[in-house]
Design a protein around this ligand. Sequence first.
Ligand code: SF4
Ligand code: FES
Length: 251
Amino acid sequence: MNFKLKIWRQQNANSEGKLVEYAINDISSNTSFLEMMDILNEQLIQKGEQPVAFDHDCREGICGTCSMYINGRAHGPQKLSTTCQLYMRNFADGDTITIEPFRAKGFPVIKDLCVDRSAFDRIIAAGGFISVSTGQAQDANALPVEKHLADASMDAAACIGCGACVAACKNASAMLFVSAKVAHLALLPQGHPERKKRALQMVAQMDKEGFGSCTNTYACEAECPKGISVANIARLNREYLGASIASDETI
Ligand code: SF4
Ligand code: FES
């Protein structure tokens, strides 16, 4: 398969970027998107040009590191998929593919397709630790949790912190990410002691990092590779409201 690539090239956060065109030919349909980028980079290095900087790690949809905006969609055209789970057979021979970094004020560009997502780490850190000592591994039924709560918590915990929800949102809102992190702990007994403090502090840090507000377009849910539901945003709003009206002593 042959493709024309239009890739965002930007030397650093302070320089201007632009789309640069590259032709890449004789690519097997079973090549993954990131392998195609590796092949392009080998060709660029052989020509004495700078390879394209892009983030990747596990290459199996677990770590959330790969973060490309492909043909106007976070992680590209395939639903419930990260960029590393995308294959060239998802495109047609001869396609032009535009590849950009995730764009958001809270995710400044480091170089080319790499953005700084440490804002997410700071939001997680603002949530703090849980104080419950879990001790040794317990019998599965030692601490009964209703199944629907356990299921909802585990679904929220599937968030890999990739940032596609922010990139897909016209407001660059991080609400889906923050709601997943708040919900997965709020739904389990171990997460209850710091529940109010966690919601208030994570939302405060989210605002401080420059992410926008949620205006219910659901673009985040549509593009999330892990199918995180916007029902978590409703839960975050309830958690936040409950914590806001609680007295200081209970927080
Ligand atoms: S909610 Fe979905 S899109 Fe957002 S960071 Fe988590 S896994 Fe990625
Ligand atoms: S490289 Fe880990 S999720 Fe894509």
